[in-house]
Design a protein around this ligand. Structure first.
Ligand SMILES: CC(C)(COP(=O)(O)OP(=O)(O)OC[C@H]1O[C@@H](n2cnc3c(N)ncnc32)[C@H](O)[C@@H]1OP(=O)(O)O)[C@@H](O)C(=O)NCCC(=O)NCCS
Length: 191
């Protein structure tokens, strides 16, 4: 029998893991799921210091990542994790932010999406790279359970590099999780 668990208000059936992708749909090229969002930053996006709020940038990264993940999987998706978010430079009110998202790697039901954020001062035309984010999104079927996604076809050197780096981040993430579970089992050394 299936049991319902709830994560962030979304019910997910606990069940046996879904099978590997069955190949019914062919692999999808990384270039086919690229997505871009462009937003102008206004007063409502500012924090008390007068710069654009980090949370605004994170939310828009999540949106851009969601579009890329849907284009790759052709399913509805949820964000499982935001693995990394860097803020390299502050963003100013009045700047135009471009969020460029691409699927870096696809596993069984999850995908890593990389999002690059560039800020443009529309008065001077100066463009600065301000943030990079890596998110893991999971494809869901009609019942809300994780469902297999098409394999990713990395066709350029950049796409192959991004895929290799995404594999490294996943290996590190899983190794960290294993280490924490083992430490807890030994008596809570890791907190
Ligand atoms: C993400 C979610 C669907 C995973 O459900 P689950 O029951 O753990 O499913 P599984 O164990 O089968 O894992 C499914 C995939 O998610 C990945 N995953 C699960 N938790 C993860 C995490 N914290 N970080 C990265 N990947 C994760 C698994 O590695 C697996 O990937 P794979 O199939 O490619 O190997 C579920 O936790 C969920 O619905 N979370 C809430 C999502 C949400 O509401 N997001 C919006 C923000 S609140």
């Amino acid at each position: 029998m299936q049991q319902e668990s709830v994560h962030c208000g979304v019910g997910v059936a606990e069940r046996n893991p879904p099978p590997a992708y069955d190949g019914a749909v062919e692999s999808r090229a990384a270039a086919d799921s690229r997505a871009q969002l462009v937003r102008w930053m206004g007063i409502v996006d500012a924090n008390s210091a007068g710069f654009v709020h980090g949370g605004t940038v994170m939310k828009l990264c999540d949106e851009a990542a969601g579009v890329a993940a849907i284009k790759h999987s052709r399913c509805r998706v949820v964000t499982a994790a935001m693995d990394r978010m860097t803020f390299l430079q502050p963003v100013h009110v009045g700047e135009l932010l471009t969020f460029s998202a691409s699927v870096n790697a696809a596993w069984r039901t999850s995908m890593e999406i990389g999002v690059r954020v560039d800020a443009e001062n529309p008065r001077t035309g100066e463009v600065r790279h301000t943030s990079t984010a890596y998110l893991t999104l999971v494809a869901l079927d009609e019942e809300g359970s994780p469902t297999p996604v098409p394999p990713l076809r990395a066709e350029t050197d950049d796409e192959r590099r991004r895929e290799a780096e995404a594999q490294l981040r996943r290996r590190n993430r899983l190794a960290e999780r294993e280490e924490i579970i083992a430490a807890r089992a030994r008596g809570g050394e890791a907190g």
